[in-house]
Structure formats: C-alpha cells, structure tokens
Design a protein around this ligand. Structure first.
Ligand SMILES: [Zn+2]
Length: 293
C-alpha cells in the first residue's frame, strides 16, 4: 500500500513539474516575442525618422532655389536698367507706330495708290460735324483719325468756334469725277495746282479732311486761313494729331499744291507736333527720318 502511495506522489510530482516547465517555456517565448516586437517597433520608428527628416529638407531648398529663380527672372525685367541704356527713344517709338499703322502714308504727285485702295477701318463721322450738303459717302475717316477729328472739332466748339468737315474720305471714283470737272472748268494746268489726279489724293487715304466755317460760307477758300476758325485750327490741330498739309510758306514748290488752309491731315500727335513746330511739310519730315515709300 505505501509503495503505491509513493508511486502516486512521484507521478503527481512529475506531472506538476512538466506543467511548470511548459508554463515556463510559454512565458519565456512570450517574453522573447514581446521583446522582438518592441525591437522591431523601435527600429521601424528609427528608420521612419531618417527618411522623413532629410528628404523633404533636401527637396524644399531645391524648390526654394527654383522659386528664387523667378524673382531673378523678374530681376530680368529689372534688367530695364540694361534695356534702359538701349531703350528706343519715345519719339522713335511714336514714329514707328505712325509708320506701321499707315499714318505716314505719302500721297502726292509722285506717290499714288491704285483705284482699289480703300482703308479697312474707315469710320463714319457724326453728321453734326459735317456739312450736310456734301455727299455722306465722303464723311468717313480711318477710325483713329475720325476719333481725333471729333475731339478737335469738339475742342474748337468749346472755345466758341464752329468748324465742320466738308469732304473727308474720297474714293478713287469720286476724286476722278471731281478732277475731271475741274479740268473741264479751269483747264488741266490750273486744275493740277489744287486738285489731285485720282489715285494721288490724300482724301483717298482716309486720313485727310477739308474743313470750313460759316464765316466763309462753308467754302474752300484761302480766306478761311484768316478767320478765327482757321487760326484756331492752325494753332491747335497738332494737339489732335493733324497737320496743315499745304502751308502758305512751303506750298507749291514743296508739296505740289497751292496753300490750302482748309485741308488737314492726320499723322498722330507726336508727328504732327514736330511737323507744325518745326514748320515742316510731310515730305520733309519723311526725308528727315529717311522714310521711303
Ligand atoms: Zn483736301
């Protein structure tokens, strides 16, 4: 009986030992597992920190220098000082504008346009500033000239002078009829002193207008130059970009035509001011700047 009990106790003790070892092994492996996980986590965290830090830091400055290049580019416009030394002079810029837009177009006895020539931007003048007894088809000017003309007439009116356009744009056909009439009436030699052969009239350019006033009964006469209206035009036309195309001083020998105080021609403001201040005619202005057409 005793030995059986002893055997049982030993068997029981053996069982307990095995359970203890098993528990111990589980505990150790759990500790190892946890420790490994913690190690991995720490390594992951460290790895994660390494790229997060420097990479953007490297990228940002490179973008930064990129964006600094733009201000540098603006500094390029700040190259204006450099450009400034080589910048075109404003008078030259204004002359180029006038030339490129056709406002320096030369029409005289040596320079003509063909029958089909008609500016694409002809604009109707307000009938209130035109003589109503002349054909409406002649109450046009090129857009920029038409606007300047209206301003000039309004300024004259504000100063107390009523001036109107008689005829502005004239087609080749209209000029042909006019010239043929004058030749029949005065003979060609005389007609050529004041009337242009078709194709050579400034009126076909859409840049010229004849003007008059009630004080000379709306006629085209030298007397207009002596009226208050004619004097106002001579004094102020350049402010609006117009010149007196056939001045008294230079008339026939330089322009090919007699004195015409009633004929104004648009050339843009800066060009008109130089021509009127320096008492030039368009031909002389073009020669001065070596502009050939
Ligand atoms: Zn005229």
């Amino acid at each position: 009986m005793r030995t059986e009990k002893k055997k049982t106790r030993i068997r029981v003790n053996g069982k307990r030992l095995a359970v203890s070892i098993l528990v111990l092994l589980l505990a150790v492996s759990a500790v190892i597992f946890v420790a490994t996980r913690i190690g991995d986590a720490i390594r992951e965290k460290r790895d994660a920190n390494v790229p997060d830090g420097p990479d953007p830091a490297v990228n940002e400055p490179s973008n930064g220098t990129g964006s600094e290049t733009n201000p540098g580019g603006n500094g390029g416009t700040g190259n204006d000082p450099n450009g400034g030394t080589a910048a075109p002079d404003p008078a030259e810029t204004a002359r180029t504008y006038a030339l490129e837009n056709g406002f320096l177009m030369l029409l005289n006895k040596d320079h003509s346009v063909d029958e089909a020539y008609k500016a694409a931007d002809l604009m109707s003048l307000d009938e209130a500033i035109c003589c109503s007894d002349r054909p409406a088809e002649t109450h046009f000017l090129r857009a920029e000239a038409a606007e300047a003309f209206a301003k000039m007439i309004a300024a004259a009116k504000a100063d107390g002078f009523e001036i109107k356009a008689t005829t502005a744009y004239r087609s080749y056909g209209y000029q042909n009829a006019l010239y043929t009439n004058y030749v029949a009436k005065y003979g060609q030699e005389e007609a050529d002193r004041f009337s242009a052969k078709p194709g050579t009239s400034e009126h076909q350019s859409g840049l010229a207008s004849d003007i008059s006033a009630a004080s000379v009964d709306w006629a085209l006469t030298n007397k207009f130059g002596d009226t208050k209206e004619g004097k106002w035009i001579a004094a102020h036309c350049a402010e609006y970009g117009f010149i007196l195309r056939y001045p008294k001083e230079k008339s026939e020998e330089r322009t090919g035509y007699i004195y015409e105080p009633w004929h104004v021609r648009y050339v843009t403001v800066p060009v008109a001011q130089e021509i009127m201040n320096d008492k030039l005619v368009l031909e002389e202005y073009l020669e001065k700047y070596h502009i050939t057409q």
